[in-house]
Ligand binder design. Structure first.
Ligand code: E4P
Length: 225
């Protein structure tokens, strides 16, 4: 299961990238706005830090203008994935970009029917928004299960299911159980995944007992520090 980070905050990305657990990054216009940065600058910096796919979203709504924006975004770095909305124009742009071997993330997916269209348009990634479906009393994870099941029927679909709008570690666990390829996590969700009170308690006990032994683990590296 791959983890992308869902933010345009470069400090968060730099910090989390040191864990070695970050396979890519997703951004959207709201996240760029929140970062307060120029989009091209921040995408270039993210692409330097994370070698995996970095989604940068077009803001035009017609195919020709989306493709013009995609040219600008693609030129930033080879690992930019162009994010397009799940609209007829967006899927036309998706097909054209995939024909040019550009990675495409189709976003704002809220139904299995939409996900089928995206796969037929050759999307590299489909982004169903689980949290926003839950917000309107729907079943976000049922949507993921449907999409994974449908894609599995068609070996010719090579679109990866990228679970988006993730709100908690529970969403990540459910996505893993279903077999989704990727989850894009807000930084706080990735951090929460490390936490367990028994880990903290167990570590405190081990360290206290170790202290009582009076020993040190000392090799050449420890001695140099
Ligand atoms: C990622 O690609 C999406 O834009 C993002 O996950 C949306 O999350 P939100 O519903 O929390 O804004």
């Amino acid at each position: 299961m791959k983890f992308f980070i869902d933010t345009a905050d470069i400090d968060e990305i730099r910090d989390l990238a040191t864990t070695g657990l970050v396979d890519g990054v997703t951004t959207n216009p709201s996240l760029v706005m929140k970062s307060g940065r120029d989009m091209a600058d921040v995408i270039a910096e993210i692409c330097d830090v994370v070698p995996g796919p970095v989604s940068a979203e077009v803001t035009a709504t017609d195919t020709a203008a989306m493709l013009a924006e995609a040219d600008v975004l693609r030129a930033i770095a080879p690992n930019v994935a162009i994010k397009v909305p799940l609209t007829p124009d967006g899927l036309r742009a998706c097909k054209a970009l995939r024909d040019r071997d550009t990675m495409v993330n189709v976003t704002l997916c809220f139904s299995a029917a939409q996900a089928i269209l995206a796969a037929k348009a050759g999307a590299s990634f489909i982004s169903p928004f689980v949290g926003r479906v839950d917000d309107i009393a729907g079943e976000g994870m049922a949507l993921i299960a449907d999409i994974v099941e449908i894609y599995d029927q068609y070996p010719e679909f090579d679109t990866e299911v990228l679970v988006a709008s993730v709100r908690s570690p529970k969403h990540v666990v459910e996505a893993g159980r279903i077999g989704a390829h990727i989850a894009t996590l807000p930084p706080n969700v990735l951090r929460q995944m490390f936490n367990h009170p028994l880990t903290d308690k167990g570590l405190a006990q081990f360290l206290a007992d170790w202290e009582k032994t009076g020993q040190r683990i000392a090799g050449p590296r420890a001695a140099a520090e």
